[in-house]
Design a protein around this ligand. Sequence first.
Ligand code: UDX
Length: 466
Amino acid sequence: MTLDRMAPLEPVIGVIGTGYLGTTHAACLAELGYDVVAQDQSPERVARLAAGELPFYEPALAELVRRHTASGRLRFTHDVADLAAVADVHFQCVGTPQAGEGMAADTSQVFAAAEGLAACLERDALIVGKSTVPVGTTEALVAAVTRRAAPGIDVEVAWNPEFLREGHAVDDTLRPDRLVLGVSSAEAEKILRQVYVDVIRDGAAVVVTDPATAELVKVAANAFLATKITFANLMGELCEAAGADVTTLAESIGLDPRIGHQFLGAGLGFGGGCLPKDLRALIARADELGVGHARRLLGVVDEVNESQRTRTVETAVELCGGSVAGVRIAALGAAFKPGTDDVRDSPSLAVAARLRDLGATVTVYDPHANDNARAAEPDLCFAATAQDACRDASLVVLLPEWEELVRLDPGELSAYVAVPRMLDARNALDPQRWQLAGWEHRGFGRSSDRAQPSAGSRVSEMELMQ
Ligand code: UDX
């Protein structure tokens, strides 16, 4: 967008934390024309990033990191004092994992990072939080950084939550639907509008609000998405009991623009580093604030979501005749969703591990997440291709719907398996295609014995009826 600008733009940007969020934000701001210094406490991570090497898989990001470490516009350091020395705006991108006990978010990294920075500052600065935090964090941070900053140094804290999805991180950062600016002063708003000038010009909606609302917008968005998925899964359960089809149901209700099609995919449920822990953190914060209904609704969302993993395992057992002990099973996919190598709270890996615990010999293949999955579950077997994973299997379970896996040819795959039996845990395959190739196909919330028309023709049939 702004690559050919000759001189870097003002202000100089600091980024604290170089996980998915921080690395993407730093590289994208370099792409937008800023000088960016990103800090991480891990010297190994800093060394890899400084060499232009991405420590995780994220399409398009590796190229940006390479380009801007080479151009000098993007630098990495493990010393937060390096940020304090050159940057005026500091984006806070550290993790807020679920605390060891209970459901609340652990915000210790957020406080440690901001206080560490504040202690080094030699001039006024704006700290902009991007991490997902419990509502009220900014207010507490203001007090904490004010205590740590030297007398006469003015530190403002704003919240500008990030909505990027793994697998689409660069595009979501450069072309977001909206920018939510939670600010306490007109000056902070002005600075953030300046930082995002090209993004705003390209069409991002801007919402200017207070920090508390901005904090809550992020958790509310994730909780809503989680609720939508769980609603689809509840409908799937009903469809299964009634002999109806949840994929047609989701397509039909999604045609109502008030509902929309996204996040209505019934199946294995949500996972990853964000949705599950953000949902739980919101329950915990609502409890603290004395808002009881949130626990009831969101608690059920979490519970139903967890039960989808159990249902998948139970269905696998049922398909194998009541026991998977000694059965060879191919687990296609280990990441929590396609497009990432992230296995944090991955429903796919959880299912593979539980089947292994029940005595099955489980061989996993994931296009990008084999290494992370092996590190998390070293007792599983791993294969370098989907075909190898399927060799002699009596059950194949499709977990995340990677395009490579959805495109597998059922006729060709038949030659590898002992029994052509497919558990399609994401309702991602065309049952008819697999059945015609001689496979037993089982999805979620759909009658796999009945021949199903393809997704495309279902929509056209509905269009014709209107
Ligand atoms: C999510 C939010 O989408 C993003 O805005 C926020 O910044 C971080 O959390 P991400 O964790 O990358 O992003 O995953 P997302 O694409 O939202 O998917 C979450 C989970 O929901 C995945 O496990 C996915 O498989 C599952 N999912 C999604 C369903 O089970 N059904 C669906 O219909 C859609």
